[in-house]
Design a protein around this ligand. Structure first.
Ligand code: HEC
Length: 99
């Protein structure tokens, strides 16, 4: 199996473990695609910033700025491009809830 798929599956199972959180399954599934870079459960051990516990307003603004290009990014413009503002809000609430 391709390494990326393994990481994605690992991310999805981490998200599944988090079903106690309020986020709906779809939000958890799209958020899981972020975890291969941002770390299991949104906690990064490396150079890429953690998403867990980010303030929701900050997260939403960051995603909008990546999407518009207002905030320079190596990779996040591509990841932000596929989502709507409503999805940024839902993901923001989810990541803010992760401790
Ligand atoms: C391929 C690796 C990768 C993936 C997948 C990825 N990111 Fe990122 N993310 C980065 C990098 C690298 C940065 C630093 C900015 C840059 O260079 O693009 C970043 C930065 C961010 C930041 C800014 C954090 C801060 O503290 O300012 C947010 C928010 C973010 N990503 C959210 C997401 C979300 C939500 C997803 C899934 C939809 C996602 N990322 C998927 C690599 C990734």
């Amino acid at each position: 199996m391709h390494k990326k798929s393994i990481l994605l599956i690992a991310g999805l199972s981490f998200a599944a473990l988090g079903t106690a959180h309020a986020a709906d399954l779809r939000t958890q599934a799209i958020s899981a695609t972020c975890l291969s870079c941002h770390g299991p459960n949104g906690k990064s051990g490396g150079a890429i910033p953690s998403l867990a516990g980010l303030e929701k307003g900050y997260f939403v603004q960051a995603m909008k700025d990546f999407k518009s290009g207002a905030r320079p990014a190596s990779i996040m413009k591509k990841h932000a491009a596929g989502y709507t503002d409503a999805e940024f809000e839902a993901m923001g609430a989810y990541f803010a809830s992760l401790k």
